[in-house]
Design a binder for this molecule. Structure first.
Ligand code: HEC
Length: 183
């Protein structure tokens, strides 16, 4: 198990504890973990650890997508659903806008990224589905898609979103969120 994995695990354990379903997306920099305790078994340069929460995480490869058992047909269909319905707010590649962490004058936060760099991967498949179906009425600004998209379209777009998540994010999501079905 790599030091980066351990670090990310620490980050997600901390975040998930305070994880609301609709609050502003929270990305907390890793605590003092940039100076890992010296370990004779696995000496790790501190720079590797401090970069862990950055976008430098390995992007998914065709192999890792296959290992996730994500159906390529669903990914393809999900991309189409996403472009038609979601890209206008969440960004063409689900990367959102650079200011997505800043509250607007109306008290709303811009739509967050869905590419694994924010908060989306803190939710199980069931919760993601619920969020997409119900949206966030009121202050949140996420439309409800229940009845507007078919069950298959919702399922497909979730699979597409998961195909974007970096390998280490996906692994932690699977171990800590999806398998435990807590969020
Ligand atoms: C009108 C703009 C808009 C559109 C269109 C839109 N969203 Fe959103 N979405 C938002 C906003 C704003 C939020 C943040 C809601 C909040 O903080 O309560 C959000 C949140 C989410 C979240 C939760 C993310 C998290 O980090 O917890 C998911 C998942 C999501 N959207 C998926 C989708 C999908 C899939 C579509 C297309 C079917 C879509 N959205 C279309 C504005 C939009």
């Amino acid at each position: 198990m790599s030091a980066r994995y351990l670090l990310l695990l620490g980050v997600v354990t901390g975040l998930v504890a305070g994880c609301g379903e609709s609050g502003p997306p929270a990305v907390t920099p890793p605590p003092s973990a940039a100076t890992p305790a010296p370990s004779p078994a696995a000496p790790t340069p501190s720079t590797a650890a401090s970069a862990a929460a950055d976008a430098a995480l390995p992007a998914p490869t065709p192999q890792s997508i296959a290992a996730r058992k994500l159906d390529p047909e669903k990914i393809k269909r999900g991309a189409t659903v996403y472009r038609a319905n979601c890209a206008s707010c969440h960004g063409l590649n689900a990367e959102a806008t650079p200011n997505w962490r800043e509250q607007g004058a109306d008290g709303r936060y811009p739509p967050p990224p869905l590419n694994g760099s924010a908060h989306d991967w803190h939710h199980s498949t069931a919760t993601l589905e619920k969020m997409i179906r119900e949206g966030s009425p009121g202050i949140g600004g996420m439309p409800a898609w229940d009845g507007k998209l078919t069950n298959q379209e919702i399922d497909d777009v979730i699979v597409w979103i998961k195909s974007l998540w970096p390998d280490e994010i996906y692994d932690i999501w699977y171990q800590e969120i999806e398998r435990k079905q807590k969020h």
